[in-house]
Ligand binder design. Structure first.
Ligand SMILES: C[S@@+](CC[C@H](N)C(=O)[O-])C[C@H]1O[C@@H](n2cnc3c(N)ncnc32)[C@H](O)[C@@H]1O
Length: 309
């Protein structure tokens, strides 16, 4: 395994919002354990469960956090299954939960994982190498219309239909380089000037599809809030507008779930607020962090606090 390198994003604001006292914390996206290490170091009475769907992350974080082994345990799994994973540990309610979404720098920089359009590798992009669906299956077996929809919906790519058509014509597409070539052939040169790399949106879309990143998010957020103790907080860092929109809308609906018509004088739907959005606007990294860690550029932090009963 190559060395695991990942700089934790918005470390100080995350710690300030997340750590509200002793108790159980859950890092649902353990990665290299950067945020987790600080939770354990800064809060001597914190216990921590770290979850990641990537076994390489579990291995790297377990080694890094070995000095805290009496207060820390790492679980291989999807944070969408948090209720069950925590339940299996008989751990009780949770003081704070962190979800630092997306891929780690390690996953992205590790060429053989197939996440990067800068490196040639077999088409993979699975965060969890034990799952069956890979980028190869999406790119080579999805009908053209379905592939175009994935690229349009998850990549917000204007050329989605044409890219899907070119990919299908060139099948089998076995490597990241072959996928990049198909995309470059599909997107006219005039449309590529000054923009990001022409493959960026399609690679993002395929990655989101392979890992089911958006499909699980709303329910996972609702389940996470249900796991919190009164006053406990859920902190979520997103890296693109699609996932940030889901977090923003889900938090708003958890705060105000009432579906009564606006003219209804009293609430008759009976839906109760689960708590409050703490960050009216998302917290962004400061200029210094962006300069030091380009990956933080698009990060947004939103925080929800469960009702204190
Ligand atoms: C941005 S990195 C987290 C980095 C970590 N905060 C740190 O400081 O080292 C995201 C991690 O979350 C994991 N991940 C993404 N979605 C997940 C999910 N649904 N369930 C569990 N782990 C997930 C990825 O495998 C990756 O290791």
């Amino acid at each position: 395994m190559s060395e695991f390198s990942h700089i934790p994003v918005m470390l100080e604001p995350v710690m300030a919002y997340l750590l509200t006292g002793p108790g159980l914390y859950v890092d649902g996206t353990l990665g290299g354990g950067g945020h987790s290490e600080q939770i354990l170091a800064r809060c001597g009475q914190a216990r921590l469960i770290g979850i990641d769907r990537d076994l390489e992350a579990i291995e790297a974080a377990s080694a890094r956090l070995a000095p805290y082994q009496e207060r820390f345990c790492a679980l291989h799994g999807n944070f969408a299954d948090m209720t069950r994973l925590i339940g299996d540990q008989n751990a009780g309610h949770v003081r704070g939960i962190l979800l630092d979404l997306g891929v780690s720098s390690h996953q992205f920089d590790c060429a053989r994982r197939g996440f990067s359009y800068h490196e040639d590798a077999p088409l993979d992009m699975r965060m969890d190498a034990t799952q069956a669906l890979s980028a190869w299956h999406v790119v080579n077996t999805y009908p053209q219309e379905r592939l175009a929809k994935v690229i349009a919906d998850y990549g917000e790519e204007n050329w989605a239909k044409r890219i899907a058509q070119f990919i299908v014509q060139r099948r089998p597409v076995d490597t990241t380089e072959q996928l990049v070539e198909a995309i470059k052939a599909a997107v006219p040169k005039s449309a590529r000037r000054d923009g990001p790399h022409p493959a960026r949106r399609t690679f993002q879309a395929v990655r989101i599809e392979v890992n089911g990143e958006l499909a699980i998010l709303e329910k996972a957020l609702r389940d996470a809030v249900a796991c919190l103790e009164p006053g406990g907080r859920l902190c979520v860092i997103t890296f693109h507008s699609l996932e940030d929109r889901i977090v923003k809308q889900t938090f708003a609906s958890l705060q105000n779930p009432c579906i009564c018509p606006p003219r209804c004088p009293v609430c008759i739907c009976g839906r109760k607020s689960a708590g409050q959005v703490v960050t009216r606007k998302p917290i962004l990294p400061d200029a210094r962090e962006v300069e030091q860690n380009a990956r933080s550029r698009s990060a947004k932090l939103r925080v929800f606090q469960k009702t204190v009963e």
